[in-house]
Design a protein around this ligand. Sequence first.
Ligand SMILES: N[C@@H](CS(=O)O)C(=O)O
Ligand SMILES: [Fe+2]
Length: 231
Amino acid sequence: MNSILSPISVPSVPGCDVRQSQAATPAPYTLAQLVADIKLHLGKEGGIDSSDVDEAYLVSLARKYNSNPSDWAQYYYSQPGKHYTRNSIEDINHKANILLLVWSPGKGSLIHDHAGAHCIMKVLAGKLTETVYYNNNNNGAVDKEDADTTPLRVKSERTHSLNEVAYISDTIGLHRVHNPDPDNVAVSLHLYTPPHAADIGYHVFDETTGSSTFVRQAKALSMAEKMGIKA
Ligand SMILES: N[C@@H](CS(=O)O)C(=O)O
Ligand SMILES: [Fe+2]
């Protein structure tokens, strides 16, 4: 029995797929749209205190974006002598900052906290290995007086591939990220909200002793600095 819902049979013509050309291809979700949606979500209040932020929603936005190098080439800056460069994409005044990180082959960050902020990381090129550690100072992991003499314990380790999104906060633990590829750079997008590490500072940790050092203000390179122009 024929019904109007029966599939229409489309003759197949080599090199001309009628079904595809009839369906409208949705425009890709761009990095600029992602940044605009993040700004919209943080609104007037969001990002001031990390409890105001719906991190699951921000993660879903980051997942929606598919890396397109032509979106982020303008922020890309690699310095082979450095482990990684931190390049500013958007500084949402005291609410958040969005950065493009370029990781030298085989290099990574020190073990660090995130200054009480939410950190969302998306891989835009290559792969990144993230090692998460228990924070000796959190959740009574070790006695308070032993926190800076007790080796850090690994909680998990994962290699994130192109377009994967990772989330961390101090309640989850500390982490270090590195580019496992010995020959090629890796690139990632990072969202920090609130931008405490940039505005105040954060801590780096020694894996073997658990002791920490305060780092005043995480710096990001602006376009002007990269071009050698004094802003
Ligand atoms: N949180 C680090 C990068 S990472 O290792 O996640 C930074 O912003 O420098
Ligand atoms: Fe980090």
